[in-house]
Design a protein around this ligand. Structure first.
Ligand SMILES: [Ca+2]
Ligand SMILES: [Ca+2]
Length: 267
């Protein structure tokens, strides 16, 4: 759905609710923007349906916590599957640039792609040990140099153009991905916040309104991430990626790809 389509949809929803009020029908709760239903609502998400706020967050944490964990070395081959170019099975699509690059160019040299931790691994110091540092729901292939420019910065709008990642911007303390990746980034960060609650030996990861979070287990800026979730709804690529992680690797899902409206329901 494009931003313009969302705008029209919201306008229609408001108009519809106004008409209903005019007819003095029983009070109707407006459906949140971009509400979706999935095949998993009566099974995987059964205990979360109908909840909101901290109750929803807690329920989703319980649902998504059981998972298979893979090693950091195994992440290479997993990304070659989860992020395969739909138009070229020899390639992966890189985050922040949209570039299609040969799977065989995984590595650390200029022109290679590597494993980008969208939730920067220094924010909570979880590193590359099996756990949050190897959780495929926030790991993406990225160009080595673009990944280096993003570094461990928080996310926010603005800055100057990023070389090698058209449409992405950065300044000294934040990074703005290109429009097509904005919602993906938001949903990955918020997945991490719900999955990691400090009850399994890892830090309790949470979004906040700051930049320069450093090694604290926080990632900003929440208000910007919420806007990005609205502006860039889940694409077929993102949905397929979620499914492959669920079916093949971890057997847990990113709830915000299935239900982007749950972002507003929690935050
Ligand atoms: Ca997207
Ligand atoms: Ca958390």
């Amino acid at each position: 759905m494009s931003i313009a389509q969302i705008g029209r949809w919201k306008a229609l929803a408001v108009a519809t609710s106004t008409v209903l009020v005019g007819l003095t029908l029983p009070a109707v709760t407006a459906t949140p923007a971009a509400a979706t239903t999935t095949a998993y609502d009566s099974t995987y998400y059964k205990n979360a349906i109908g909840k909101t706020g901290t109750s929803l967050k807690s329920s989703l944490h319980t649902i998504i916590s059981p998972q298979t964990k893979i090693s950091y070395d195994a992440v290479w081959n997993a990304l070659k599957v989860t992020d395969q170019d739909p138009n070229n099975s020899n390639n992966v699509i890189l985050l922040y640039s949209g570039t299609s690059r040969a799977k065989s160019l995984n590595g650390g040299d200029t022109g290679d792609w590597n494993r980008e931790h969208v939730w920067a691994k220094s924010h909570g110091n979880f590193g590359e040990a099996t756990g949050p540092g190897t959780d495929l729901h926030h790991l993406r292939p990225a160009d080595v140099q673009v990944n280096s420019i993003r570094g461990n910065k928080d996310f926010d709008n603005g800055g100057s153009a990023v070389s090698g990642a058209t449409g992405s911007y950065t300044d000294s303390d934040s990074f703005e991905p290109r429009n097509a990746d904005k919602g993906d980034v938001a949903r990955m960060i918020l997945y991490m916040a719900v999955r990691y609650e400090g009850d399994d030996g890892w830090a309790d990861l949470e979004p906040n309104q700051l930049v320069n979070n450093g090694s604290n287990p926080y990632m900003g800026k929440l208000s910007v991430l919420k806007a990005w979730n609205e502006a860039d709804p889940p694409s077929a690529f993102e949905e397929k990626r979620n499914q492959v992680i669920y079916d093949t690797y971890q057997h847990n899902r990113n709830p915000f790809i299935d239900h982007p409206e749950w972002v507003e329901a929690i935050w």
